[in-house]
Design a protein around this ligand. Structure first.
Ligand SMILES: [Zn+2]
Length: 271
C-alpha cells in the first residue's frame, strides 16, 4: 500500500514537472518526452522514411505540396506571434515531401516534417483541399498530440523515469512510429482521440484561413473522405481520423469563425 501511494505521488510529481502549455488551447498537457529529444528522433526517422520511399520532386504536384506547406507554416508563425508565443517554432525544421504511394494518407511529424502520399491527392481535389489536410496534420504536431499520447503510454507502461523518457531502443522507436503516423512501416497506427481531432480540426481551419485558403472547403474534403471510405481500399487516414457527420457539421459551423480569425491578419479573400 505504502509503495503504491509513493508511486502515485512520484507519478504526480513527474506529471507536474513535465507539463507543457499548449499555446493554441492554453491547456497544460503532458510532455514526458521533451522536444529536445523528440525532434532529433523525428528528423532521423523522417530522413530514413524518405530514403525508403519514392519521393516525387519537380512535378506540379510536388511544388504544390511545398507551396501549401510554406503558406501554412507562415500562417502558424503569424498566429503564434500574434498570440504572444514568440519563439515557439524556433526548433522547427519545416519540410514538405510528396511520396509516390497509392496509400490515402498524409502526416506531420514533430518539428514540422510533413509527408503527403500521391494517393490522397484525388480526394484532396486541388490546392485548397491539400491546405485543409495540411492545416489539420500540422495542427496535431503544433498541439503536441502525438507527444501526449506517447507520454500517456509511457506512464501506463511504467516507463517514465525521472520525468524523462529516452527514445533509444527499438521498442521506443516503434512506439514513436505508432504515435506519429508512419503507420505503413510498422503495420499499426493508433487513432487520435476524439478531443484531439476536434482540437486539430479547429486549429487547422484557422491555419488554412490565415494562409488564404477557403475554410469552407474543409467540410467538403471530409465529405469526400467519407464517400471514399466504402471503396475496396478505404483511406488509411480514416483509420486514424474517423470521418463522420458530426465532424463534418462541426467543421462547417467553425468555418465562419476561421474567416473572422483570418480577418485579424488582413486576410479577407480566399482561394
Ligand atoms: Zn487528425
Amino acid at each position: 500500500m505504502k509503495l503504491k501511494k509513493a508511486l502515485l505521488v512520484f507519478c504526480m510529481i513527474v506529471f507536474i514537472l513535465s507539463c507543457a502549455t499548449n499555446p493554441f488551447t492554453g491547456k497544460k498537457t503532458m510532455a514526458l518526452v521533451p522536444n529536445s529529444q523528440l525532434f532529433p528522433t523525428a528528423f532521423a526517422q523522417y530522413n530514413q522514411f524518405l530514403t525508403e520511399n519514392k519521393v516525387v520532386t519537380g512535378t506540379k504536384d510536388a511544388k504544390m505540396i511545398t507551396r501549401v506547406g510554406q503558406r501554412i507554416a507562415v500562417a502558424a508563425e503569424r498566429w503564434l506571434n500574434a498570440n504572444g508565443h514568440h519563439g515557439y517554432l524556433n526548433d522547427y525544421k519545416w519540410e514538405y515531401n510528396l511520396v509516390n504511394d497509392e496509400t490515402v494518407n498524409a502526416w506531420c511529424m514533430p518539428g514540422g516534417k510533413i509527408v503527403f502520399y500521391t494517393g490522397i491527392l484525388p480526394i484532396a481535389n486541388g490546392e485548397t483541399g491539400v491546405a485543409a489536410i495540411m492545416g489539420h496534420e500540422v495542427a496535431h504536431a503544433l498541439a503536441n498530440h502525438g507527444q501526449q499520447r506517447m507520454s500517456a503510454a509511457y506512464v501506463q507502461q511504467g516507463l517514465a523515469v525521472a520525468g524523462n523518457v529516452a527514445i533509444k531502443d527499438e521498442k521506443s522507436r516503434n512506439a514513436f512510429n505508432q504515435y506519429y503516423g508512419i503507420g505503413s512501416q510498422v503495420g499499426v497506427m493508433l487513432p487520435f482521440s476524439r478531443s484531439h481531432e476536434t482540437e486539430a480540426d479547429k486549429i487547422g481551419l484557422y491555419l488554412m484561413a490565415i494562409a488564404g485558403y477557403n475554410p469552407d472547403e474543409a467540410s467538403e474534403l471530409w465529405k469526400r473522405m467519407k464517400a471514399n471510405s466504402g471503396g475496396k481500399a478505404p483511406p488509411e487516414i480514416l483509420s486514424t481520423h474517423p470521418s463522420n457527420d458530426s465532424r463534418i457539421a462541426n467543421l462547417k459551423a467553425l468555418a465562419s469563425t476561421a474567416k473572422a480569425e483570418a480577418k485579424k491578419f488582413g486576410v479577407t479573400s480566399f482561394r
